[in-house]
Write a protein that binds this ligand. Structure first.
Ligand SMILES: *Cc1c(COP(=O)(O)O)cnc(C)c1O
Length: 319
């Protein structure tokens, strides 16, 4: 899965790395994303377009040998039989896909189309105990019986972690490739794929009673040493981490004091000799796991990764 610019890491770089590692099937959300991925990895791998075709890009999808995911009867009609396609069946998420009452009509309309995949998407796979997982799986098997020759897929990252019952012929792993795993304590944390570091601009010694940043929301309880770091919400560092998140310097978590501002964040570096102007602080990476950061920010790893998208300077793979 390389949608959303490869979850913020860069779709072309991610697609190239994944192709090199052996991935043969890629998913993008839009045809524009898919075309960029095609240019990066060439002919050969299959690239699916999750949004499906629209009047304005149906010809282009065909010409670039992209595989559209057909999400509705009008999309099935629009595609007619221009080439292989995937069919998305809705099994209870009610977001995209052909609904149960439309399936028979879809099967008739797709008679001339080679189905590269029949897929559905789980609403609650992040919660292994949620009854909706098994319910959607059962509906999927039922619906897919109308398309006996097509390979099947229901699992994204969460579904993949639910076990082999959910794997079918293809898993569509997205966020897991980029380092976020299940939040279930029984599952190990996934390896880091993205790192964000920023330099210290200034170190200050402040007296007890002084306050920090906009709104003066934090007051020093004692004499403190602080570091002002060149990262802020304009870089995609979530403002909700103010007073909750941390940066890692010299192997230790340094709490954020007060609010995150547009280009700056203040950390408590009391007692840290390494805190000097120019020293780099880690805000995302092996020591600041994306799932921890997301939890502190009150959001999901998806948002942490994609909010950084395009706003931080990419230095490429360290592999
Ligand atoms: C985004 C998406 C995925 C990948 O989901 P992750 O949770 O990131 O693994 C798979 N399938 C569909 C239909 C999606 O929209």
């Amino acid at each position: 899965m390389v949608k959303a610019d490869g979850y913020g890491l860069g779709a072309e770089a991610a697609a190239k790395a994944l192709a090199q590692a052996g991935a043969r099937v890629f998913f993008a959300a839009t045809s524009a994303e898919a075309l960029a991925v095609r240019a990066a990895i060439g002919e050969g791998p299959q690239i699916l377009v999750l949004n499906g075709p629209s009047e304005s890009d149906v010809a282009q999808i065909g010409a670039a040998k992209l595989t559209p995911v057909l999400n509705s009867l009008p999309q099935i009609e629009l595609w007619s039989a221009r080439g292989p396609a995937a069919l998305h069946i809705d099994t209870g998420m009610n977001r995209l896909g052909v609904g149960p009452e439309e399936l028979a009509a879809a099967a008739v309309a797709l008679k001339e189309v080679t189905l590269a995949l029949v897929m559905s998407h789980l609403a609650c796979s992040a919660d292994a105990k949620h009854p909706k997982n098994a319910e959607q799986r059962a509906r999927f098997i039922d619906a897919a019986s109308l398309f006996p020759k097509a390979p099947l897929s229901i699992a994204a990252t969460g579904g993949s972690l639910l076990g082999a019952d959910y794997h079918f012929d293809l898993v569509r792993i997205g966020v897991g490739l980029y380092g976020s795993g299940s939040l279930d304590a029984d599952n190990p944390r996934l390896a880091t794929a993205a790192t964000v570091d920023a330099p210290i601009l200034q170190v200050r010694d402040v007296e007890a009673g002084e306050t920090f940043g906009y709104g003066a929301t934090f007051t020093a309880p004692k004499k403190m040493r602080t570091a002002t770091v060149a990262i802020g919400y304009a870089d995609g560092f979530l403002r909700s981490l103010g007073g909750r998140g941390y940066g890692v310097l010299a192997g230790q978590k340094r709490p954020i004091l007060g609010r995150v501002s547009m280009d700056y964040t203040i950390l408590d570096v009391t007692g840290c000799a390494e805190a000097q102007a120019g020293a780099m602080v880690e805000f995302l990476g092996a020591n600041a796991h994306v799932d921890d950061v997301a939890h502190l920010a009150g959001t999901a790893a998806y948002e942490v990764l994609t909010t950084f998208a395009g706003t931080v300077r990419r230095t490429g793979s360290r592999a």
